[in-house]
Structure formats: structure tokens, C-alpha cells
Design a protein around this ligand. Structure first.
Ligand SMILES: NC(=O)c1ccc[n+]([C@@H]2O[C@H](COP(=O)([O-])OP(=O)(O)OC[C@H]3O[C@@H](n4cnc5c(N)ncnc54)[C@H](OP(=O)(O)O)[C@@H]3O)[C@@H](O)[C@H]2O)c1
Length: 297
């Protein structure tokens, strides 16, 4: 189904991929914060009103805007809360007022990260860092807004646009003989192209009147550690993966604690008839085949 899409956060790594992946014929408006600041209530209300009034195809808002600096958020909680919780609340209220469905992107950091099996969508939240707290508040605001709204949690996102772990590893592979990467945090790497395809599939469903469950998880399939992920990146770069050494979280304290285990169950996603994202390892190979130059920098 062709769609009209409004993508706040359209200059981010996911937002740019969403805009680029939209089907031919789609009407796409993907503003960055300079054009649409989600903390500016009047601007958000006006943007949704204009979008709803001018779309000639079924309209869907996909919110990719967020304060994503996880460590900086620890000392900038007010700003993180305004962008990650107040912004989505206002956006959802405007979507509700104009009858526009909203898909809101969230994160594995809403969970405590101490599980030993994949988090189901209805697992109890328990964020351990400011970023996670603000994202959980954003989810809550969206789900209580009265809008036709969906929260899609994802994790370990990388893509051609923007800074991310894959690009960091690619850079370090050219500057450092060996690289130490933590081997005691487990999760699921997610390529923006696959995530964007999934979000667009969901957008098509909800624009067509379907009502999948309000909270969904979409990550690359399978699970790994940052260490194994880094080794896979080195392999894709044609570098020796033995140059990656396993490290421990406790040896590298950071302002925001990181979840030890944040694998998300894709069961609800599959049950809703949505296409599961391919395995994280296959996706990484595809990402290098299609966008290798962007990762190598
Ligand atoms: N990256 C990950 O590993 C990861 C993991 C789990 C979940 N997520 C979630 O996935 C979503 C997309 O993340 P991403 O990796 O694409 O993040 P990103 O690359 O940091 O992009 C964030 C986007 O949000 C925009 N933004 C920031 N403040 C804003 C404001 N006040 N008003 C409007 N837009 C604002 C930025 O715009 P400007 O650049 O123009 O300022 C940018 O377009 C977020 O909801 C994030 O929480 C990400």
C-alpha cells in the first residue's frame, strides 16, 4: 500500500533510512529537528494538522526523533525527558486529534537488562538509566494518548547514516592493532534497512485498518555479544577477527549502565503477520554488500 509518511527525526540514522526505503509513490516528509522540533508544541500540532490535511494517500506518522545520547542523558535528564517523553506525548495527542495513526520507536533500554531469556512485549519495564526512563515515559504517553498508536522497540541499531558501533569498529580497525570489546552484554544487532522495511510493513497494515498489538519488538534475528558482533564486523571488513579481544563491562565504567541482556522477543511481531527481520549475521553481510563504503568511511 502506498502511504503518506511524516517522519519526525528524519535526519537520524533510522529516519533517513525510512525516507529512503519508502515505496515508490509514497509521500514522504522527514524533517530533522531544525525543521520540526518535537519539543515545540505549536510546531508539532501544526505539522500534524498540515500533514493530515494535505496527504493524498493514507497518512501515518513514524516517530524516529529521540534524544539518543545515552551517557549524556545522565547529566541532561531534563532535555532527554522533554525530547523522549513530552515530544511523543504532544505528537500522539495531535495524531489523536486528526485521526492519524502513529508508530513510535522505542528501545530495549526500557527493560532492566538482567533477564536470561528474550523480553516479551508485556515484560515488566525497569529502566536502569535516564535514557531508558525517558523512553519508557514516552511509550506510556503514546499508549495512553487515545491515538491509534504502536510502540516498536528495537535495539543495537546501525546503518549507513549516522554514527554507530559498526562504523566505530571500522575506524578502529584502521588505527588500532587490537580492539577490546565487551563480551558480557548480549543483544541483537539491527540493520536500519531491515528495521525500516519492518516499520513500513507495519505502517501499511495500520493504514489499511488492521489493529496489531500496540507494543511490538523488531530487532535482527538471533543474539550475540558486542565482542562477537565486533568480530563479525572485522570479518566483513576483511580484517583479522582475532584482533578483537574480549573485555568486561566492569573494566570500563560509563555514566549510564548498560543492560547485560536485552534480547527482545519477536513473537508478537510474527503473530501479527509481520515479516520477521532476518538474522543479525545475515543482515550484517547484506549491509556490507550494499553499503560497505558507508561503513568503511
Ligand atoms: N541507535 C540505537 O542503537 C537505538 C537502539 C534502540 C532504539 N533506538 C531508537 O530508535 C530511534 C531512532 O534512533 P536513531 O539511532 O536513528 O537516532 P539518531 O541517529 O540519534 O537520530 C535521532 C533523530 O532525532 C532527531 N531529534 C533529536 N532531538 C529532536 C527534537 N527535539 N525534535 C525533533 N527531532 C529531534 C535528530 O534530529 P537532528 O539530527 O536534526 O537534530 C535525529 O534526526 C529512537 O527512538 C531511538 O531511541 C535506537
Amino acid at each position: 500500500m502506498s502511504l503518506a509518511l511524516l517522519v519526525p527525526g528524519g535526519t537520524g540514522q533510522l529516519g533517513r533510512e525510512l525516507a529512503a526505503s519508502a515505496p515508490v509513490g509514497a509521500e514522504v516528509h522527514a524533517p530533522g529537528s531544525a525543521e520540526l522540533d518535537v519539543t515545540n508544541v505549536g510546531a508539532v500540532v501544526e505539522a500534524v494538522k498540515t500533514f493530515a490535511g494535505t496527504a493524498t494517500l493514507p497518512p501515518v506518522v513514524v516517530n524516529a526523533a529521540a534524544y539518543t545520547a545515552v551517557d549524556a542523558a545522565e547529566s541532561d535528564a531534563g532535555r532527554a525527558f522533554t525530547v523522549n517523553a513530552d515530544g511523543p506525548r504532544v505528537l500522539a495527542a495531535a495524531c489523536s486529534a486528526h485521526g492519524v495513526p502513529l508508530i513510535h520507536v522505542s528501545t530495549d533500554y526500557v527493560f532492566p537488562g538482567d533477564a536470561d531469556s528474550p523480553y516479551r512485549t508485556d515484560a515488566e519495564l525497569g529502566p536502569r538509566c535516564v535514557y531508558g526512563v525517558t523512553k519508557a515515559a514516552g511509550e506510556d504517553a503514546v499508549l495512553r494518548s487515545g491515538a491509534r498508536a504502536w510502540v516498536v522497540r528495537t535495539a543495537w541499531v546501525y546503518g549507513a547514516h549516522g554514527a554507530n558501533f559498526v562504523k566505530t569498529m571500522a575506524r578502529l580497525s584502521t588505527t588500532d592493532d587490537t580492539v577490546s570489546v565487551v563480551d558480557d552484554q548480549c543483544g541483537s544487532p539491527t540493520w536500519t534497512r531491515d528495521l525500516a522495511a519492518g516499520l513500513l510493513e507495519l505502517a501499511g497494515l495500520v493504514a489499511g485498518g488492521k489493529e496489531p498489538p500496540p507494543v511490538l519488538h523488531a530487532t535482527g534475528g538471533g543474539e550475540t555479544t558486542w565482542y562477537e558482533f565486533a568480530r563479525a564486523v572485522f570479518t566483513e571488513l576483511g580484517a583479522d577477527p582475532a584482533r578483537v579481544r574480549p573485555g568486561r563491562t566492569e573494566d570500563r565504567p560509563r555514566p549510564a549502565p548498560r543492560p547485560a541482556y536485552s534480547v527482545l522477543s519477536g513473537e508478537e511481531w510474527r503473530s501479527a503477520g509481520l515479516t520477521p527481520l532476518r538474522s543479525w549475521r545475515e543482515a550484517l553481510a547484506a549491509a556490507f554488500a550494499e553499503d560497505g563504503d558507508a561503513f568503511r568511511g
